[in-house]
Design a protein around this ligand. Structure first.
Ligand code: NAP
Length: 264
């Protein structure tokens, strides 16, 4: 029986993080590398991947990278093959790659819809399937899907994004059902409002800042590093009896409605 200190260990795991070059994926990749996992990050852009790998190296972390646009099935097949060739297996897949476009529902173009769904939902499915086939063969593995508060309840102005994140919830549960008996656990992590390239402009708006300050139970915006603990938990033995679940790491936003009820 492993000691108490091993409960949350991810040491020695091979971890593939899609969308690992920036933001939430980058922080999670660093969190695993700091805990001595072998981490491979992927994204569309070779330059941003190399920059991320170099910066992590400067802070003493060894991380590998592979180019993969998750909206391309060809990229997914070849990148998963490359990782398996280099590392032999994958213990944990983290589906982070995601995009958004904010606009009124009636102005969403078919191209907007396809762009968002092809990355956030179809891309996550294709990657889960490619890595899942290999995990099933090995009889073990863990997958973590990055969802959103939009899974819990849609925010106005992000229709295709909200649809993609609800779809991810369905995917998480459906895969958990099918793959649980075959040794593969699938869970999700739903971040709240996190300051990244995806959201920086939005949160520079003073009205938005005031709304967050008035409504966030924990009183602040999140930072990408806030996601590390839960991702480690979901990839480790500590969550061995959990599958098909979504954990909200959202500063309390999904706890309920804040309303201006007059109270003494
Ligand atoms: P971000 O800073 O914009 O980073 C997005 C990452 O995804 C980058 O590494 C980007 O790299 C990669 N990416 C985008 N499209 C891709 C594609 N087609 N194939 C492969 N990689 C792709 O965004 P973030 O805020 O960290 O968001 C990461 C995830 O968290 C997303 O799924 C997002 O929906 C979710 N999330 C974010 C928030 C938030 O408040 N920030 C809240 C809830 C959920 P390249 O550009 O180099 O490809």
């Amino acid at each position: 029986m492993a000691g108490a200190e091993d409960l949350f260990s991810v040491e020695g795991q091979v971890v593939l993080v899609s969308g690992g070059s920036r933001g939430i994926g980058r922080a999670i990749a660093e969190g695993f590398a700091e805990r001595r996992a072998r981490v491979i990050i992927s994204s569309r852009n070779p330059e941003s991947l190399s920059q991320a790998v170099e910066e992590m190296q400067e802070s003493g972390l060894t991380v590998e990278s592979v180019v993969c646009d998750v909206s391309s099935e060809e990229d997914i097949t070849s990148s998963v093959e490359q990782v398996l060739e280099a590392a032999g297996h994958i213990d944990t897949l983290i589906n982070v790659a995601g995009v958004n476009r904010r606009k009124r529902a009636e102005t969403v173009t078919t191209e907007d819809y396809d762009f968002i769904m092809d990355t956030n939902l179809r891309g996550a499915f294709l990657l889960s399937r490619a890595v899942g086939r290999h995990m099933i063969e090995r009889g073990s593995g863990t997958q973590i899907n990055i969802q959103s508060l939009n899974t819990w309840m849609p925010l106005k102005g992000v229709l295709p994004y909200a649809m993609s994140k609800s779809g991810m919830q369905g995917m998480t549960r459906a895969l958990a059902l099918e793959w649980g008996p075959r040794g593969v656990r699938v869970n999700s992590l739903s971040p709240g409002f996190i300051l990244t390239d995806l959201t920086r402009k939005l949160w520079s708006d003073e009205t938005m800042q005031a709304w967050n300050a008035a409504n966030a139970p924990l009183g602040r915006l999140g930072v990408p590093e806030d996601m590390i603990g839960t991702a480690i938990f979901l990839a480790s033995r500590a969550s061995a009896f959990m599958t098909g679940q979504t954990l909200y790491v959202d500063g309390g936003f999904s706890s309920g409605w804040n309303w201006p009820i007059p109270l003494d």
